[in-house]
Ligand binder design. Structure first.
Ligand code: GDP
Length: 434
């Protein structure tokens, strides 16, 4: 499936990265109603400008918890951005002028595969334009003046950014979908991976596709007689390159985040002996925010009684209300239950890519509305699927604003039941039918 191009915002702390990201996100096309709960304050955002969609990365959001110097911090940010972005937006602060941190970033960006765009923030007053000229010295081309706070210059800046994105390619559809087994260190990722692949062929090929994907194997998933091919990502660090960084918590969490964003299906692996801990919830949240899809795999069931397993499942499912995933219980060590893992992944993947013919959606939603009507005076006239990965639907109603959230949830649940939409977010918009 095709990936969205990536735009990363880098810059020293406090130059206004998050303000800029928030400003850009607020310009998204008019959405009459969308399921709440998909927070916008995460490091990865889906943005749109001039008809182009892209992933907007706020690298300020990935500052490691460990105290590191400013230079190390901006270097790391810039490297991450350079690694994955098609366009890197280097944000600077007019009030500070060119700083040491800017010079460090400029140096890193010279190695970028993607293009860099320089923006000078906090130019709230066009009369201050002279401030901008000093930034030519960074050697990153024209410094674009903006005020993230007031929105000045942001549209022009986005025009430049969008013009540098690689051409959108429908042909990228050919790429195989990706499956990632994600979880905290020691939950059993590599044990499970080895189990799934057979001990002696743990890593089939080191890399494939993009430079940052370490792929453990290409696998075939069988579901109802149909075979689907997937790339299974090496999230456990069983490959040689990744092994070096294995054990370094920041890098393992970075690898997890990357895998989640790059994968179509994430299997969240939990260690039943730990119950649910903060790290699990953080990863769960990342999966929801990434717009990926997910299944839950509770590991080490050989060590934990069934009632506790049930409790753990209940806890995690209560957190993943946007995705409503299914779960399976396994022991990667003994192999018990492991044969349920890939079928789970296949079901989730299928739900994620679901496409329902238009007349069928309209009919099904029509029946659902007939069974329990919306509040008096509101008429749902039509329904259609408007997107996939994950599935999106649009309802057309005479008075969209009067359709309560609870009613949308009723429709959502009906769609989930009917089409087996477990482990995917189901977005429903309502538009005016007039
Ligand atoms: P990773 O860091 O997530 O890749 O975790 P590992 O696969 O390295 O596993 C961490 C530890 O948990 C190892 O000592 C495994 O042997 C152990 N382990 C993994 N799965 C199971 C399981 O199902 N049951 C038990 N008892 N131990 C397990």
């Amino acid at each position: 499936m095709s990936r969205l191009p990536v735009v990363a915002v880098v810059g020293a702390p406090n130059v206004g990265k998050s303000s800029l990201v928030n400003r850009i996100m607020r310009r998204r096309g008019a959405v009459v109603s969308e399921r709440p709960g998909t927070t916008r304050d995460r490091a990865y955002n889906r943005a749109e400008w001039a008809g182009r969609e892209f992933t907007l990365v706020d690298t300020g959001g990935m500052e490691p918890r460990a105290k590191v110097g400013l230079e190390a911090l901006v270097t790391l940010q810039a490297r991450v951005a350079v690694e994955e972005a098609d366009v890197v937006l280097h944000l600077t602060d007019a009030r500070l002028g060119v700083t040491e941190a800017d010079a460090v970033i400029a140096r890193e960006l010279r190695r970028a595969r993607g293009q860099a765009v320089l923006a000078v923030n906090k130019l709230d007053n066009p009369a201050d334009d002279m401030e901008r000229h000093g930034f030519y010295s960074l050697g990153e081309g024209e410094p674009h003046a903006i005020s993230a706070l007031h929105g000045l210059g942001v549209g022009d800046l986005l025009d430049v950014v969008v013009s540098l994105l690689p051409p959108s390619d429908q042909d990228a559809e050919e790429e195989l979908p990706r499956l990632a087994i994600v979880g905290r260190p020691n939950v059993g990722k590599s044990t499970l991976l080895n189990r799934l692949l057979g001990k002696d062929r743990a890593v089939v090929s080191e890399t494939a596709g993009t430079t940052t994907d370490a792929v453990a194997a290409e696998i075939a998933l069988e579901l109802e007689g149909e075979t689907e091919r997937y790339l299974l990502l090496d999230t456990a660090g069983v490959s040689k390159g990744a092994r070096r960084a294995r054990g370094v918590p920041y890098y393992s969490s970075l690898r997890t985040s990357e895998a989640i964003r790059r994968s179509d299906v994430s299997l969240l692996l939990l260690d039943a002996t730990d119950g649910i801990v903060a790290g699990d919830l953080r990863i769960a949240r990342e999966i929801e925010d990434a717009g990926s899809s997910c299944g839950v795999v509770v590991n080490k069931r050989d060590l934990v009684p069934p009632d506790l397993l049930r409790e753990i499942e209940g806890l995690i499912l209560a957190r993943l209300t946007d995705l409503k995933p299914q779960s399976v219980r396994v022991s990667a060590l003994t192999g018990a239950g492991v044969d349920q893992v890939l079928p789970l992944a296949a079901r989730v993947g299928r739900a994620y890519r679901l496409r329902v013919p238009t007349h069928e959606v309209a009919e099904f939603v029509g029946d659902t509305v007939a069974r329990s009507a919306p509040p008096r005076g509101v008429k749902i006239r039509y329904a259609t699927q408007t997107g996939t990965t994950p599935p999106r639907f649009t309802l057309f109603a005479n008075r969209p604003q009067d359709l309560p959230e609870s009613y949308l949830r009723y429709i959502e649940n009906a769609l989930r039941q009917e089409y087996g939409l477990w482990g995917v977010s189901v977005r429903i918009r309502v538009k005016s039918s007039r």
